[in-house]
Design a protein around this ligand. Sequence first.
Ligand code: ADP
Length: 385
Amino acid sequence: MTGAPVLVLNAGSSSLKYQLVVPGTTEVAAKGTIERIGEDGSGIADHSAAVRQMTEQLGAAGIDLATAGVRAVGHRVVHGGPDFSDPVVVTDAVVEQIRDLSPLAPLHNPGAVAGIEAARAELAVPHVAVFDTAFFAGLPAAAATYAIPRELAAQYRIRRYGMHGTSHRYVSTAVAALVGRPLAELSQIVLHLGNGASASAVQGGRAIETSMGLTPLQGLVMGTRSGDVDPGLHPYLAREAGLSIDEIDSALNKQSGLKGLSGVNDFRALQELRQAGDADAELAFGVYVHRLKHYVGAYLAQLGRLDVLTFTAGVGENNAELRAAVVAGLDGLGLSVDPDRNAAPGGGARVISPDGSRVTVAVVPTNEELEIARQTVALLDSSAG
Ligand code: ADP
């Protein structure tokens, strides 16, 4: 049965990404994105229309969803809150629970709920929700706890949840195969650097630290998110700049990070500005790297020993200069890259540190859709007995 395809859906507020994945292989039968859901003039009124559009696109590619033997639909859900630490078969009650978590992820969970509801109405197969927070549900309490009044934390479900967990799990597992050592033996740092960005420390396959928190705003510098700032910034902006909570939220989530510093959020555009001698872009690169080094050092201390440092996602997989900058000067900690290996083109999982290095530095392309498909199948297989 593992040969049957799984349809993986990643629904946001205005987009629906889909992939038809064959879990036992790395084969992707089809994929696409429906954008501008609910926008004027897009012709895609809502998520139900987006699902129908997907069905049409697949049909045009020669895939009839009704007869393709799709075993299940796996849904990416950003926030599982305190309720979900594992994938779950979607029921009406589960949909309500995910909806109930929306205050924790107002930019993400409502879109996921809309996508799940639309897909369940169209596709009569089991639906499974896979949570981006799940890999971090077992963070040690000392890592997951904010030093705020415990009553507030309990009442409002405030803790470090972490996101990108599906990617961190996939990459940390794949890297064990790449270096040919058991996952259980490895102390790792994974740097997921895409539009959003996060770091994790993984010991024996278990996450012990991650840079995102209650929301995806914490941690690394991202395309449009600030990452770590002094929490005192918020009251300061409210009092001195007269900004509302929503304006501050938007400034930190949508107008900050690389975009706030340089005017562009895309790393390739940033590199072009730097090459043209743009000082703001140069500083943005510097801040981005500085924050990464900060987390690498912190996680080295939390792990006590480091075996592998892995780069993944759009920036991490593609930008050799950034990778070299992150480990520059860390030879004393056993971290370095071989310039030729680092610069070599080629997209697969690869080691970029010199032979015999104390710490292996690797690049592993992430594949969240495959991981969601695998977890979907594993859950259904286990519940089938
Ligand atoms: P998302 O977080 O949306 O999944 P990605 O993982 O695709 O995003 O990462 C997007 C980022 O990766 C962008 O900043 C983009 O500029 C960067 N990126 C993609 N390809 C390259 C490349 N060849 N060189 C440098 N950066 C790249």
